[in-house]
Design a protein around this ligand. Sequence first.
Ligand code: FAD
Length: 557
Amino acid sequence: MNLSFSALNRPYLIQSLQKQPLDLLVIGGGITGAGIALDARVRGMHVGLLEMQDFAAGTSSRSTKLVHGGLRYLKQLELGLVAEVGRERAVVYENAPHVTTPVPMLLPVVKGGSLRKWEAALALTVYDFLAGVKSGERRRMLSAAQTLAAEPLLDADQVTGGALYYEYRTDDARLTLEAIKEAVSRGALALNYAKVTGFLYEKDRINGVTFEDQLTDRTYQLRAHQVVNAAGPWVDRVDSLSTPQAEEKLFHTKGVHLVVDQQKFPLKQAVYFDVPGGRMIFAIPRAGKTYIGTTDTSYEGSLENPSLTPADRDYLLDSVNSMFPSVKLLPGDVESYWVGLRPLIRQKGKGPGEISRKDEIFQYPSGLVTIAGGKLTGYRKMAERVVDLIAGRLQQSSSQSFPACTTHRIPLSGGQVGGAASFPEFIRQKTRSGVLSGISEVEARRLPALYGSNIDRLFSFIPEDSSETAIFGIPPVLLAQLRYSLEDEMVTSPADFFVRRTGALYFNIDFVRTWEEPVWVFMNHYFGWSHDQAQQYRLQLRQLLSSSPIGRGVQLR
Ligand code: FAD
């Protein structure tokens, strides 16, 4: 049975997961697990994926949202990593141009900064070479006057020059989701709000898991020949379910991003700049807002609810105010924020900013395979390494054979637009069809850029008459986005929709405030929630929107 990727189908999905042993079960629905599930499914494995929260609710919706070439790793002389993520960036862009946009990044050179002009030129030349940067996107050195023309908010007394290079902006949660949707459209079974709580064994070897449906509290078992732990910041916890004495692999560091309105910080141009103490941070304009980040501090608190402290907030605001002296941001200017945890592999004697971002695979006598570390950008290569290992094991145990990895040629869901170079023309065509179907030109341009080749499916949800819009008081385009997310993106709650399917909680908080009630009413109607469930989801959303103790930031959990 080919089920739509809707939470209404959870009971059938759970049955399908239990029907026959999986070749591979992946624990964790962040980008790492998503990439592994897709690769394994493309190679023909029978794959399941369980995620205890919403897909991408861990670190994979809390990053700087860049598919990096890895410039900062050059400083640590991690040349192999720069080369790999540089190549991977091009692959991600080709396969998912709707969630990856090249943006010129300005690197100002300032008096007393961490780089002098010749050092910036040398570093970027090496970076262009190692990362295989294409000719139109190679570094361009700028004079002080050109740097200030590119970003007039910089301090004219401090700037001595600059450089422009390219970073690729992404929506991390949607990138993760598009990888999961692609895996699912090819037959993988992926379930959110399903927490792995224990392992099943045959002769000391893991051959399945128990999991708890977080929406119903029911517990289930499923069998799998191979299990991969891709639980990001939680990998040690998952490992300890099978090996309580396992040595902790991870060192968590916390990274905070703040969002302010463009009117408060009217940045023309994305900037990667020095802050006191030798670190660098980004300020990136996006959808009428500017986001600023990140911090990098060691962390030992709750993994589910990492919080923003006044010190985190002030560090970022002070950094902006010192590099852009006319801006003068205040705590009250912070509209929203997100806090992520880096799952870094422990390295004795190294501080938060020095620890390698490399990934590593661990294998236990129980058969469990754990992957930890890494970057959003390198997810496909990480997946390839894990799935190669799993394919080898399956071949040994059952003589099944699986082909080599081909995901470099596989567009993610929404990425069937004829390649990245054809994407602008694709948007033009779809904008025309959107306008013909009666939506405004602005919306008709925005939607294909967001949904890529899934746009026709999204357009099919635009109501033909105004009755549904009138009943729920939701405008046609929002209604289409909501229905698409419910039918094809496994949304279970208003929070899933506003945080990870649309990013509105971060970048358009007024929109959330305006539409939270009608969206909740629509979902209540769609799912037929019990009174308690309905109240719980309403409360969850209200909590997300409620003022935080510092500034007007929102609580993210
Ligand atoms: P996660 O996304 O955390 O996924 C793990 C999932 O496992 C979670 O969703 C969790 O709920 C689930 N899980 C845990 N336990 C269980 C269980 N028992 N059962 C079921 N599910 C479970 N990388 C870049 O390439 N570019 C960037 O710009 C960038 N910026 C960053 C900025 C910050 C502040 C941080 C923190 C990281 C950044 N990174 C960046 C790194 C990147 O975000 C991470 O490497 C990546 O998102 C990790 O993905 P993951 O899937 O391993 O972990």
